[in-house]
Write a protein that binds this ligand. Structure first.
Ligand code: GTP
Ligand code: MG
Length: 330
């Protein structure tokens, strides 16, 4: 039995469904998802074991790398996000280029195609959100024809990440395509993200879902305290925004908005850590943080880990081991 393994970069424009695909393939919520573009800000690893099965010739380990949406950056945050895309792309064995079929192709698609072409990495084109075609499956064929004429994709696969449609075929093709290789990660490891930072993301997800216009984009979350106990996990986090007006929205009338964000985030973090959670949230204004290269760099959890090791945070906690495979949902 051959064992195939490798790094597979999920790439595409904002909102294409990249994080939804990562979560669907791994079977756990590793990346936050929202209808707002530019939800993902850091690259996120999802480690997938493909066990040996009767009738199958190949088993393997697929290391999926979810990346921020490809866009033309106009802030330090945007530039950092695009650097994360490059990091995800470098050294990958395969690219999954995701397109949202409900959108009309336009000029900005070219940026994604060029990026992939420059990397010279073999690419599968994934036509996502085909559930939206409903009775109009006939719309798909011309799209497939168009892309197969213009570009040299190793595969063109229609999928619905949200409905998990076409994912079995996709996974089979990925594993078959990857080279014979080593086991890169222990088979109980799901991701490289420490729990502490997944918790920060879950708070940010609730901000994204609860607010609109500029607020979601002007917001970031830093966990300042993370103490894991047997029965209770204590977390204190700061939601940073850029203006007093945004802070007023995040706090809400009589603190209602912050309370809702906190309650919704706490429930999800409790599922993640497997204990009760005591979550304290603070809102702070940090004017123009998206334009500050230093602040943006400090948001990177890989950088924050270094700070924690240096004892820079008041309460330096490891934030738990990296995401371990708990009982799988399915
Ligand atoms: N109808 C439909 N919606 C989908 C599908 N996949 C993802 N979505 C929705 O598309 C929106 C964006 O999904 P994400 O997974 O956050 O997209 P993304 O590519 O990671 O976006 P960024 O992180 O902003 O780059 C969410 O509202 C998803 O629920 C799909 O197959 N069908
Ligand atoms: Mg995403």
């Amino acid at each position: 039995m051959a064992f195939h393994s490798g790094f597979v970069c999920i790439l595409g424009r904002p909102n294409a469904g990249k994080s939804t695909l990562l979560n669907a393939l791994v079977g756990e919520k590793l990346a936050i998802v929202s209808p707002k573009p530019q939800t993902t800000r850091n690259r996120i690893l999802g480690i997938l074991q493909v066990p040996a099965q009767a009738g199958k010739k190949i088993s393997g380990q697929v290391i999926l790398v979810d990346t921020p949406g490809v866009h033309r950056p106009d802030t330090s945050l945007g530039r950092k996000m695009m650097a994360e895309v490059q990091e995800g792309l470098e050294g990958s064995d395969l690219v999954l280029l995701m397109m949202d079929v409900t959108r009309k192709p336009d000029q900005a698609d070219q940026m994604v195609f060029d990026l992939v072409a420059r990397s010279k990495t073999p690419t599968f084109l994934l036509l996502n959100k085909i559930d939206q075609f409903r009775g109009e499956k006939g719309k798909l064929l011309p799209l497939i024809e168009q892309y197969s004429q213009n570009r040299s994709f190793a595969e063109i696969i229609p999928i619905s990440a949200r409905k998990r449609d076409g994912l079995e075929v996709l996974l089979e093709k990925i594993v078959a395509f990857l080279p014979v290789g080593p086991v890169y990660f222990p088979d109980d490891q799901l991701t490289d993200q420490p729990t502490r930072f997944m918790a920060a993301e879950m708070i940010r997800e609730q901000v994204l879902l609860a607010t609109k216009e500029e607020v979601p984009h002007a917001t970031t979350v830093i966990v300042e305290q993370f103490e894991e106990g047997q029965r209770l996990t204590r977390i204190a986090a700061v939601i940073y925004c850029e203006r007093q007006g945004q802070k007023a929205i995040l706090v809400g009338k009589g603190g209602q908005m912050l309370k809702k964000i906190g309650t919704d985030a706490r429930k999800r973090i409790e599922e993640l850590v497997g204990t009760k959670v005591f979550l304290e949230l603070f809102v702070k204004v940090r004017e123009g943080w998206r334009e500050s290269p230093e602040f943006v760099e400090d948001l990177d959890w890989r950088r924050q880990l270094e700070h924690l090791a240096d004892g820079k945070f008041a309460i330096a906690q490891s934030g738990g081991a990296t995401g371990k495979r708990r009982g799988r949902a399915s």
